[in-house]
Design a protein around this ligand. Structure first.
Ligand SMILES: O=C[C@H](O)[C@H](O)[C@H](O)COP(=O)(O)O
Length: 233
């Protein structure tokens, strides 16, 4: 069912969700991201499937997206059964005009980057509030670490002048665990460029995944009150 009505025109996030759902073709396997914008995409995809009898399969980056997709009537397959992925669609926390991303406000980074990296095409859906001039401008960089390695990684990052701490749960009375059972460090870097941070985190032992998604995006749909703009390679 559509998430907007004649009385309420689509919001910027709904507009980008509609555009992305339009590029799904019959027979595709589609990866579903996590978050409020990914949820709108799931709604639009289910609507298209229902109205146009599309034969598609989806794979989810999180439990919440899997449940939502199943409830919407989409055919969900598990990551283990994938031999290819036609497209992956997800939101982001920050986007630069050269299509570098920051993700990971939620706790599903590992599957999100797995699907984004292996998809033939990775599409990002944001409203214009997510656009930044550099990664880390508005948010700390999430770094998912093996629980036993958290202090060692924190110490190593402190030597690189990074500041931050272990993420806590919503009540603030315990650490937050990722969907993969890891801990998350939210770090701010002052002295390093995005490419340097990406390179060092990608190879640092103890780091399972991090929130910089560099050079893997095919296109970004940016919604605003003026409509949808497209950034693409
Ligand atoms: O882990 C969370 C994901 O990276 C989300 O895709 C990101 O936080 C954007 O979320 P939203 O679409 O709710 O703004």
């Amino acid at each position: 069912m559509s998430t907007h009505t004649e009385a309420s025109p689509p919001s910027p996030k709904q507009q980008v969700a509609i555009k992305a759902a339009e590029i799904v073709d019959n027979g595709m396997i589609v990866g579903l991201g996590t978050g409020s914008t990914a949820n709108l995409f799931i709604d639009e995809l289910a609507r298209r499937q229902h109205e146009q009898q599309l034969e598609i399969q989806v794979v989810a980056s999180s439990v919440i997206s899997r449940v939502k997709a199943q409830q919407a009537g989409l055919q969900v397959i598990s990551i283990e059964h994938l031999s290819h992925l036609d497209m992956y669609v997800d939101g982001a926390d920050e986007v630069t005009t050269d299509m570098q991303l920051l993700k990971g406000r939620g706790q599903d980074l590992v599957c999100e980057k797995l699907l984004a990296s292996h998809a033939t095409a990775f599409y990002v859906l944001v409203d214009d509030s997510k656009m930044v001039s550099r990664i880390g401008e508005k948010n700390a960089i999430p770094i998912e670490v093996m629980p036993s390695a958290a202090q060692l990684v924190l110490n190593r990052l402190a030597k690189l002048q990074a500041k931050g701490s272990l993420r806590l749960n919503a009540a603030g009375d315990n650490v937050a665990y990722s969907a993969a059972g890891n801990l998350i460090l939210d770090m701010q870097f002052t002295d390093l460029e995005t490419a340097q941070i990406n390179a060092l985190l990608t190879v640092m032992p103890g780091v399972v995944e991090h929130g910089i998604f560099a050079d893997i995006v095919k296109a970004v749909f940016i919604g605003s009150s003026d409509g949808v703009k497209l950034l693409q390679r």
